[in-house]
Design a protein around this ligand. Structure first.
Ligand code: SF4
Length: 115
């Protein structure tokens, strides 16, 4: 199997956002994450390019992304104080959008670190 090497990959697992990771992949599977800590290595090595899940779920059932966005908007519109929560394992750009969404919906933001 062909080995693919990606230099300067970014790990978004814990928030330190290490950007000097060298990934080695065989097919769809990452087999080595050089320079990653043990958490980052475990995170990378358990990801593949396979599509394991549908784009979206509504009430636990697969749904289109458009339908899911519509449903989310309905829920946010009815909420008294929406909580935008999580934000780990996502990019800075996605975090920025999440904060904007909370502002537009009159909600609040919290991250998993509050646990
Ligand atoms: S490599 Fe480790 S320290 Fe760096 S972002 Fe990933 S989990 Fe965090």
């Amino acid at each position: 199997m062909t080995l693919t090497i990606v230099k300067n990959a970014t790990c978004t697992f814990c928030g330190c956002v290490c950007d000097d990771i060298e990934l080695h992949a065989e097919g769809d599977r990452i087999v080595k994450a050089k320079n990653a800590c043990s958490l980052g290595e475990a995170w990378f090595l358990h990801h593949t390019a396979e599509r394991l899940y549908p784009d979206a779920l509504i009430d636990g059932q697969p749904a289109s992304l458009d339908a899911a966005v519509e449903r989310a908007a309905e829920i946010l519109d009815r909420a008294d104080l929406p909580l935008v929560y999580g934000l780990s394992n996502i990019t800075s750009e996605a975090q920025r959008e999440a904060v904007l969404l909370a502002e537009l919906a009159g909600g609040i933001v919290d991250s998993h670190t509050s646990l």
